[in-house]
Design a protein around this ligand. Structure first.
Ligand code: NIG
Ligand code: FE
Length: 451
């Protein structure tokens, strides 16, 4: 195989590199976001005859926080020397027969909130509907009350705790939505804390403004409540959020009974005008025009899609064919935890050429899991993704859903050196052992941050 190594590297002193050796398999996900049959190709390098000590077994070289090269060890080491990277400058990490993959990317989380909602699990077991609980002032609204009452320190502690949990499951980048403040001051606080958590590291945190998550209590009493809140979003929240400059994306819960497609369009168009890239909660509970709107707006992603209309699926397929793909971010752990029967039509979307990603949707109501490997298991069982497809959906395609496929999500020369060493010999075992702790080591920006 031809190895590509960037020339240079003669930094003054000390180790600047990291060399990961002894892997039974290195999954690179090289070659960009995947759709159609390519979704099933992980671009993996495998040790010959299952012998991870074989000189032809794959190794990964990182330098200065970036991936330098991936290839068979016996080719990689001389190529490094020849390109000006002395081997003694590399710290060594022994994968000991494990699997190396890109760090997982979680492109849809509601990371920051106060309180918890375990009582809703029992209400739903007894037949209460999700929107019914919300209409009665529970659901999102009870979390809004707890979040408004939480101090910044409490929210920071909560964020650190759950980011640590995500890291322990192999996640190295997350998107984090606001949306449990629903007033300008609390929304700004959530976005600021999300930003601060990213600065603390090691996980990168990308904040999304989700002021349009629900209509807050102070607007609900009014007959024109939803419309008045939409005006508040457009005239007060959004300008304040844009001026703060922390949010990178804007999201709307576009759902019959929450925000209509027309209201969502107004909010997301204005957000885009102010520099926030649009993404949507689309067609989670009923066909609501969300997929169609995502395609029309050229959103980065349409998320959930448990119940899109046939026209919505067609619109996403057309966008992909026209080279303006909207990533379908599927959240099967949510459908599972809501005990709904109707899962996103993943195979139809894949057959239609739509790039598919997966996310946890981590939140206190519908998906209190921080584990992408668990989501991969549910995706394999309920969406019928193969394990290779599920991993592509949590790495390179998830990066694309955040507009970051050139930066993270694959192990290729020049990409961020974010990777995971798993204690299993093939990536196909990651979703195969649900609930097990499979992460052995996490590397973020070329540094070992766990393990
Ligand atoms: O993606 N559906 C809207 N938002 C979240 C749930 C939020 C909540 O119930 O607190 C979701 O499922
Ligand atoms: Fe969500």
């Amino acid at each position: 195989m031809g190895l590509r190594v960037i020339q240079g590297g003669r930094a003054p002193e000390g180790p600047s590199g990291l060399l990961i050796e002894g892997a039974a398999e290195v999954v690179t996900m090289a070659g960009g976001p995947r759709s159609g049959t390519a979704l099933n190709d992980p671009s993996a390098l495998v040790a010959p005859a299952d012998d991870f000590r074989d000189p032809e077994a794959p190794a990964v070289a990182c330098w200065d926080g970036r991936v330098l090269a991936v290839g068979p060890r016996h080719e990689l080491l001389p190529a490094l020397e020849a390109s000006g990277y002395p081997l003694e400058r590399f710290a060594r990490l022994d994968a000991a027969g494990g699997t190396v993959t890109p760090g997982l990317v979680d492109p849809h989380t509601h990371l920051l909130f106060g309180g918890s909602r375990e009582e809703e699990l029992v209400l739903r077991q007894r037949g209460a509907g999700y929107l019914e609980i919300l209409a009665a002032g529970g659901g999102i609204l009870s979390t809004v009350e707890a979040t408004r009452a939480a101090s910044p320190d409490e929210l920071l502690e909560h964020g650190r705790r759950w980011l640590a949990e995500m890291l322990a499951h192999g996640t190295t980048t997350v998107e984090a939505k606001s949306g449990y403040g629903l007033d300008l001051a609390t929304e700004l606080r959530l976005l600021e804390i999300a930003h601060q958590l990213g600065e603390e590291g090691p996980i990168d945190v990308l904040p999304t403004w989700l002021g349009a998550h629900a209509v807050p209590p102070e607007f609900r009493a009014r007959p024109d409540g939803t419309e008045a809140y939409v005006r508040h979003l457009l005239e007060e929240q959004l300008p304040g959020v844009a001026a703060q400059g922390r949010a990178r994306f804007a999201d709307v819960f576009c759902e019959a009974g929450v925000f209509s497609a027309e209201q969502s369009r107004r909010i997301l168009e204005e957000a885009a005008r102010l520099g926030l890239q649009p993404r949507l909660h689309a067609d989670e509970l009923a066909p609501s025009g969300g997929a169609e709107l995502a395609a029309e707006l050229g959103a980065l992603s349409a998320d959930h899609l448990a119940t899109p209309s046939p026209e919505g699926v067609e619109a996403l397929a057309r966008a992909a064919a026209d080279d303006h793909p909207v990533v379908a971010v599927l959240l099967p752990a949510t459908t599972w935890f809501l005990m709904h029967d109707h899962y996103a039509p993943a195979r139809t979307l894949i057959d239609g050429g739509v790039p598919v990603a997966l996310a946890t949707d981590f939140n206190p109501g519908t998906s209190p899991t921080a584990s992408l490997p668990l989501v991969m298991t549910v995706a394999c069982l309920m969406l019928k993704l193969t394990p290779s497809e599920a991993l592509a959906a949590c790495t390179v395609n998830a990066a694309a859903a955040l507009g970051l496929a050139e930066e993270i999500g694959s192990l290729e020369t020049g990409r961020a050196a974010d990777l995971v060493v798993w204690g299993v010999p093939t990536h196909r075992q990651i979703p195969y052992w649900p609930g097990a702790s499979l992460v052995r080591t996490v590397v973020k920006g070329g540094r070992v941050v766990l393990g």
